[in-house]
Design a protein around this ligand. Structure first.
Ligand SMILES: [Ca+2]
Ligand SMILES: [Ca+2]
Ligand SMILES: [Ca+2]
Ligand SMILES: [Ca+2]
Length: 293
C-alpha cells in the first residue's frame, strides 16, 4: 500500500476499543457505573466536570459515571477493535495492548504527590480473541491495576484546569517497573518513569500465541471480592526502527541519546533498545544508523 494511504488510514482509525459487544454488570459493582460505552474511545484525561473538575493524574483517577464502567462479581465486558491489534515486536517493550482503569496512588504528602501504595486496584481478568468465538486467557494480568492513568505531561497532581501537553495513551509503561520502584517517590521522578506514557496496564500478546486479536473480554471471578472499573483499552503504536525519541525522524539526536545511555536501558527509557533485550548496545546503534532518515 502507498505510504500516503497508510498515513490517511492511521489518521482515520482510532487506536482505542471501538465497540461494546456485550456487558454483564455482575453483582456488587460500583453503583451507577453501568454504561459499557464508557470503556469505548480515548481514556479520561480530565475528570469531575461540574463536581470537582481536575486533571487525571496518578494521584487523581477518573471518577465519573460516563467515564468508567464497573464489572461486578461474575460479570464481564466484551469490547472490539475495528482493526486488529497485533502482537508486534516493534511496539515499545513488545507491549501490544493497554488497559486503563481507575487505580490511583495514595499521596503521602498531599498535594505534592508522593507515592505511598495504591487504591482502587480491583483486579479483573483478561481474555482475548481474534474472532470473538475462541478465547485465550492472558496470564498474569490484572485489568484494573498498575499503572494509574496520567492525562497530561505538564499538569500538577490535582490541577483544576486541563494541561496543554497530553500524555501518550498508545505508549506503554516500561513493564520492568514495579510498585516497589515508585514507593516513596515524588511526582517529578514518577513522570520520568512514565516517560510520556499515559499509564495503564501493559499487555504483551506474545504469551497468547495469537498473531493478532480484535476482541477483549474482561471478567470477574465468582470468588472475587473486588469490582474493577474500566476506562478504556488502547492498541499500542509501533516504534519506528531507530527513532529513539519517537519524533518520526531518525537522526543524530537519536544516536546521541542512545550513546549517552549505553548499557542496561534505564527504567522508562529512553527507548533506544530495538531488539527487545533491554540493553542499549552496538546492535541498537546499527539499527539507528541503518534507518537514518
Ligand atoms: Ca508483543
Ligand atoms: Ca472511558
Ligand atoms: Ca527521532
Ligand atoms: Ca538492544
Amino acid at each position: 500500500m502507498p505510504t500516503t494511504f497508510l498515513i490517511a488510514l492511521a489518521l482515520l482509525t482510532s487506536p482505542f476499543a471501538d465497540s461494546v459487544v456485550s456487558y454483564d454488570a455482575g453483582i456488587g459493582g460500583a453503583d451507577g457505573f453501568t454504561d459499557p460505552a464508557a470503556a469505548i474511545g480515548e481514556p479520561t484525561r480530565f475528570t469531575g466536570e461540574g463536581v470537582w473538575p481536575s486533571v487525571v493524574s496518578q494521584f487523581n483517577p477518573p471518577f465519573m459515571t460516563n467515564e468508567l464502567v464497573s464489572i461486578g462479581v461474575g460479570g464481564e465486558l466484551v469490547l472490539s477493535f475495528d482493526e486488529p491489534v497485533f502482537d508486534n515486536p516493534a511496539n515499545p517493550y513488545g507491549i501490544d495492548l493497554i488497559i486503563f482503569g481507575n487505580t490511583g496512588f495514595i499521596d503521602e504528602s498531599w498535594p505534592k504527590g508522593v507515592v505511598d501504595g495504591m487504591f482502587s486496584n480491583d483486579g479483573g481478568q483478561l481474555e482475548v480473541s481474534a474472532d470473538g468465538i475462541t478465547w485465550v486467557f492472558v496470564e498474569g494480568v490484572e485489568t484494573d491495576n498498575t499503572w494509574p492513568t496520567c492525562g497530561y505531561q505538564d499538569s500538577g497532581t490535582y490541577d483544576s484546569v486541563p494541561g496543554i501537553d497530553p500524555t501518550n495513551f498508545v505508549l506503554p509503561i516500561d513493564p520492568r517497573l514495579t510498585l516497589e520502584d515508585v514507593s516513596g517517590v515524588g511526582y517529578a521522578t514518577l513522570r520520568e518513569y512514565y516517560n510520556s506514557s499515559g499509564g495503564g496496564v501493559p499487555v504483551d500478546l506474545a504469551s497468547t500465541g495469537l498473531p493478532s486479536i480484535s476482541f477483549v473480554r474482561i471478567t470477574v471471578n465468582v470468588g472475587s471480592k473486588l469490582s474493577p472499573e474500566i476506562d478504556g483499552v488502547s492498541d499500542v503504536a509501533p516504534q519506528m526502527a531507530g527513532d529513539v525519541d519517537m519524533n518520526g525522524v531518525v537522526d543524530v539526536n537519536d544516536l546521541l541519546v542512545a550513546v549517552a545511555n549505553f548499557g542496561l536501558m534505564p527504567l522508562g527509557g529512553p527507548l533506544a533498545d530495538f531488539n527487545g533485550d533491554f540493553v542499549i548496545d552496538v546492535s541498537d546503534l546499527l539499527t539507528i544508523i541503518g534507518n537514518w532518515s
